[in-house]
Write a protein that binds this ligand. Structure first.
Ligand code: ADP
Ligand code: MG
Ligand code: MG
Length: 250
């Protein structure tokens, strides 16, 4: 599904990614962990198509296509979903309108007809039930007055409705309380399937107690310095990142 080969990237002449190799097959859940500043978020932004980064070497293939040549809309249409770290609040826009607009934009980019209202309502109702999003939340303006946990629920609902084949979740070092961690992990687990892959980027071993990954990677100073199974996350919890940081510095 996703093949990242020898990816090097810079921002304003500063090297941030220094040769990332990563292959994710259909249905796999990969986690990337690592100390702050190692380039984890940079990798997720590059996958999303944010334009601030200069790719100096390497390539990214998504189902055999050159992802780096696709506009962000085309990536979404092709089935890449990136969860936002800081969900936006849109006071004037009802949640249902927002969801419909997002789904129809994706359908348009895919050359598919707009959803009829009954079809849209049915899809939202089904996904909301699976992911425990209340009717009340759906009636409010997008994210306005939502708790951290409710925003996470809404993000996972958006993910479900856009039926992505690759979900990239960058869970930052800040602000994920136990409730939000549980919502993210339950949502991911509910959406796991043999056709859908996940890249879960996190500083927190705790998240991986609930989303049990197939593969764990440790990133440090712009490189993947170690790859292992789910037990690697436990080892990191016990030992921290000190080994990787000092190894790189030496
Ligand atoms: P992580 O998510 O692993 O904490 P980031 O990808 O956020 O790491 O950052 C990696 C490094 O790149 C950091 O040293 C950070 O300061 C730098 N960096 C990231 N984005 C920018 C930017 N837009 N301009 C300058 N430096 C950046
Ligand atoms: Mg960081
Ligand atoms: Mg980050």
């Amino acid at each position: 599904m996703l093949e990242i080969k020898n990816l090097h990237a810079e921002v304003e002449g500063q090297k941030i990614l220094r040769g990332i190799d990563l292959t994710i097959r259909d249905g796999e859940v990969h986690a990337i962990m690592g100390p702050n500043g190692s380039g984890k978020s940079t990798l997720s932004y590059i996958l999303a198509g944010k334009s601030d980064y200069e790719i100096t070497e390497g390539e990214i293939l998504f189902n055999g296509e050159n992802l780096l040549e696709m506009e962000p809309d085309a990536r979404a249409a092709a089935g890449v979903f990136l969860a936002f770290q800081y969900p936006i609040e849109i006071p004037g826009v009802g949640t249902m309108n927002f969801l419909k607009t997002a789904m129809n934009a994706q359908r348009k980019a895919r050359g598919e007809p707009e959803l009829t209202t009954p079809d849209f309502m049915r899809r939202v109702k089904e996904a909301a039930q699976t992911l425990k999003v209340s009717q009340d939340m759906l009636k409010r303006p997008l994210n306005v007055g939502f708790s951290g946990g409710e925003k996470k629920r809404m993000e996972i609902l958006q993910m479900a409705l856009l039926t992505p084949s690759l979900c990239v979740l960058d869970e930052t070092d800040s602000g994920l309380d136990i409730d939000a961690l549980r919502i993210v992990s339950e949502g991911v687990n509910a959406l796991r399937s043999p056709e859908r892959s996940f890249l879960v980027i996190t500083h927190y071993q705790r998240l991986l107690d609930h989303i049990v990954p197939d593969v764990v990677h440790v990133m440090s100073k712009g490189r993947i310095v170690r790859t292992g199974g789910k037990e690697l996350a436990l080892e990191l919890e016990a030992k921290g990142y000190a080994d990787y940081v000092s190894e790189e510095a030496a």
